[in-house]
Design a protein. Sequence first.
Length: 134
Amino acid sequence: CIKLGDIYLERKDIAHAIYYWSKSLEVDNERFEGIYRIMQYYFNIRNFNMVINYYLMVCDQLDSNIPLQNKLFVDRTVYYYEIAWTVLLSAFYSNKPGYAIGAYKQLLKTFHRIPPERINDVFNNFQFYKNEIR
């Protein structure tokens, strides 16, 4: 499903791309790469509210221990930090800091798996949310 969505994106058929990416969650409800691609699409067109809406579909499951080692061709970065990073930025641009706090919590849980260049970005962006933490 994800590859079909990617092919439709290349053909600039966004409706079908989103359809197949979202279908991937129906095929395996522990695979979030398709939802992440949808989030990327909406982020790129600056529809940050839609990014957050798709995040809400999977945010509770991100905290569970999904057995990624039992799945083929998994992009682990999606689970470890990409979804949370996209939400963090979207929360800033949509003025919804509560979602950023949740994203920070997720990033802290997988901190050891975040590339060094992204860690700097995570800490630099923290300044925008430090007043939200109580």
